[in-house]
Design a protein around this ligand. Structure first.
Ligand code: NAI
Length: 397
């Protein structure tokens, strides 16, 4: 079939297998061009490995330092006549490339929040790799079924305490409007913490440690975001921010636990705001990203997920570098985004943006291109008019 993008709000319901493979190849090329990462990870488990920051972490580990990687994700496979979600195609492309380079790659498509999947992964890692020296926690999900209580928690993106009004953009239609979001209820706050907080990360580390699958000196990292004050009511001080505080709590506990055994470390890396499936669902943030991209591109400071993860590995976690922590004990690769001159420019442009001047004042064009790229559209060298087979069987994985 000929596969075209079908955008519905902040998702695209189709994905192009060739385009997804091309964007994975671009990321691999980026890492290879940056050169080997000395003393990098050898055996890596990535939770949330199929898209966004998790996929880029996996690529940086595999192609930057020759790591064996196991990836966990939740993606809809393709069927006869129906495309998969992009993470499915990304993973097939990654796995083919890794194996072609002689690297171990194993995949687990299922619910990472469940005990069943955790046990399946632990058993497989024990048999195949013995122990892992890096665990990347990069899940982003709208829901979690709690493995012990069976309760289904749904996360919300809302302010805490008082309602919040600001500009937002419909990235598809290019319309800038004012949005007011009512504050979350106590139950919604608790649910968001249950989904995006640190409990599941702790459960993973517990399962791995109990089974003896963590190597001495093992590192674990999870990702967070802080961003500028204009987004704080909906992000840092909103329900997702509460969940991120809980992720920091978990980082401290996991770190203490690893150190109590005389080895290991766990920490949070605060990453840059980027177009991913997760971030496109957050009100206000896509407008901020569109402004930010324009400013960072003009100054030659723009990075995508792979640029961020390659830099995290090469300048902070490995290559003989010590981790540089901020006052709260977090690693910051959002440092370029948060430079005062970048943020001053965002603050200058923000109040001026309207639907009419959106294209001139922001990089909405780049935002849209980046969004479509997540689904494999708009890649150079792909003939989007050509017939392609959407179905790639799971036996590939
Ligand atoms: P994403 O939507 O691109 O990736 C999410 C991953 O989680 C995918 O691999 C998906 O398959 C997997 N997943 C979701 N539910 C799952 C489940 N139940 N079981 C197994 N796998 C599941 O998200 P993105 O943006 O890469 O986010 C990853 C982390 O990075 C999150 O903690 C996010 O808050 C953080 N972050 C994101 C930023 C951004 O601007 N996108 C900025 C800074 C941090």
């Amino acid at each position: 079939m000929v596969i075209k993008p079908k955008v519905r709000g902040f998702v695209c319901v189709t994905a192009h297998p060739g385009g997804c493979a091309a964007q994975v190849a671009e990321q691999i090329a980026h890492v290879r061009a940056a050169g080997p990462i000395k003393d990098g990870p050898r055996k890596v488990l990535v939770l949330g490995a199929s898209t966004g920051y998790g996929l880029s972490s996996r690529i940086a580990a595999a192609f930057g330092s020759g790591a064996a990687t196991a990836g966990v994700f939740f993606e809809r496979p393709s069927e006869e006549g129906r495309t998969a979600t992009p993470g499915w195609y990304n993973t097939i492309a990654f796995t083919r490339a890794a194996r072609a380079a002689g690297l171990y790659a194993r995949n687990f498509n299922g619910d990472a929040f469940s005990d069943t999947l955790k046990q399946e992964v632990v058993t497989a890692l024990k048999a195949d790799l013995g122990q892992v020296d890096l665990v990347v926690y990069s899940l982003a999900s709208p829901r979690r079924q709690h493995p012990r209580t069976g309760a289904v928690h749904k996360s919300v993106l809302k302010p805490v305490g008082t309602s919040y009004s600001n500009k937002t953009v419909d990235t598809d239609k290019g319309i800038v409007s004012e949005i007011t979001i009512d504050p979350a209820t106590d139950a919604e706050m608790a649910d968001t913490i249950a989904v995006m907080g640190g409990e599941d990360w702790e459960m993973w580390m517990d399962a791995l440690e109990t089974a003896g699958v963590l190597a001495p000196g093992a590192t674990s990292v999870a990702y967070s975001y802080i961003g500028p004050e204009v987004t704080w009511p909906i992000y840092k001080n909103g329900t997702i921010g509460l969940a991120k505080n809980d992720l920091e709590r978990a980082a401290n506990r996991i770190d203490a636990r690893l150190k109590a055994h005389g080895y290991g470390r766990a920490f949070i890396s605060v990453n840059k705001a980027l177009v991913t499936q997760a971030s496109s669902a957050i009100p206000v943030v896509p407008l901020y990203i569109s402004i930010l991209y324009k400013i960072m591109k003009e100054r030659g400071l723009h990075e995508g997920c792979i640029g961020q993860m390659q830099r995290l590995f090469a300048t902070q976690m490995y290559n003989g570098n010590p981790l540089a922590f901020d006052e709260a004990g977090r690693v910051r690769v959002d440092d370029w985004e948060m430079r005062p001159e970048i943020q001053a420019e965002v603050a200058r442009i923000w109040p001026q943006v309207t639907s009419e001047n959106l294209a001139a004042l922001t990089d909405i064009v780049g935002y849209r291109a980046e969004f479509l790229k997540l689904f494999g559209f708009g890649l150079p060298g792909i003939d989007y008019e050509a017939e392609v087979e959407p179905h790639i069987a799971g036996s590939e994985l």
